[in-house]
Design a binder for this molecule. Sequence first.
Ligand SMILES: [Zn+2]
Length: 457
Amino acid sequence: MMPPESAPSSVSPTKPQILMVELAEPLIDEIIRHQQHDEKLAQLATHSLQGNSGPYQLEEGALWYEDPQTKSKRLTVPLSSRKRVLFEFHDQIGHPGEDETIRSIASRFHWPGQSNSVREHVKLCHICACGKKAKTSPTDMRPHQPTEPWKTIAVDFMGPYPITARRKRFILVVTDLFSRWTEAFAMTASDTPKLIKLLEEEVFGRWGYPQSILSDNGPQFRSLAWKQACEKWQCRLYTTAIYSPRANPTERRNQEIKKGLRLHLMGEQHNQWDLKLPSVLYDLRCRKNAATGVTPAHLLLGKELSRPGDWKLQLRAPAITERHLRVAQAQLQQAKYQAKYASVAPNKFPIKPGDLVYAKTHPLSNAAERYHAGFEAKWEGPFAVTNQLSEDVFELDKHGSSTKTHRSVRKFGSNSDNGPVRSNSDNSRLGPNSSHSKLGSNSDHGSIGPNSDPVRL
Ligand SMILES: [Zn+2]
């Protein structure tokens, strides 16, 4: 069956490797070099020299765009370098959602129609389509609102994962539930003494002792040693048992880390995961959070974390907002966010024969082959829908063979980030995966929510 017109064949899976060969020259240098070969930009540069170029200014051999409102200068990107900017600010940094990709590019670069280029790029990103989790209804989130950074933290173990060359098997995840700043440590074991030592040495020494700690009911958190340590720290203990699995804030973070690892490990040995952890954490800390309205880095430190090459841009460091103002703004944003979030109803989008869809995969882990299903892509495709058998059951053409599938499919080229709940809220909400795809449905057979993850450990 022919694909529908809305999904042109030229959008077949984009392979990031193709672009990798071009990455030898630093991005900013390439942009400035390409500016000189771009006819349109050369014209603007000439006008600038004559003193009548509007917002475009030639400075130190590069063409900048001055934002009329903020007066911040952004490097003008010629057509030939835009693909690479999109690649470096989306594909290379863990595939953030559409809004987040727009935000991080727009704060550094300028070109006309930028938002549309980004939307198009994310919409057609094969890895995003394969790697995204099925979305759940937001209605079951339970509010849990700390009011200060590092006042309430969540502590959780993930794993065991394929053992790495450095003997690591577990990840200890520590999250500040206000700013959503995440610390994660690859560990050889998940016992209580190691946990206590690590928190004291690597977390509390930097961020201070929290008032409350949220954990699950795992053996480490039931032990006498843990209770005694918390007494010494004068921390109140809560367990995530008071949450439904979907609203559990630690699940949310774990899913994000897993998603990050999955994307960074695509096509690589899964037992290298511990080497990817720092990049995953960097990405998460730089990503704007829909609930607080800012990035974890901004909320905690008052500044964004620089990327390689940022120092070559004329990024104007905004005046650091005083901490109490940052906290107050984030509190306000969280309250607004909660109100909006509560009012969103799940959505179901039609699928019809002829549509191209991604289907959910159900991989199983295999320790002997150092393969971990949780790091594998969540979706495969696109496949053509050949027949609709009932409201939720479809027949797909999978490489020539007809396969029956339930409604855990997502339309190709459809942006799953529609509706009032936007994609970048993916990394922000306390409830896991609460936004919903166009085709997301809660009636999916076990495909929704963290419990259904085949490797929920
Ligand atoms: Zn992507």
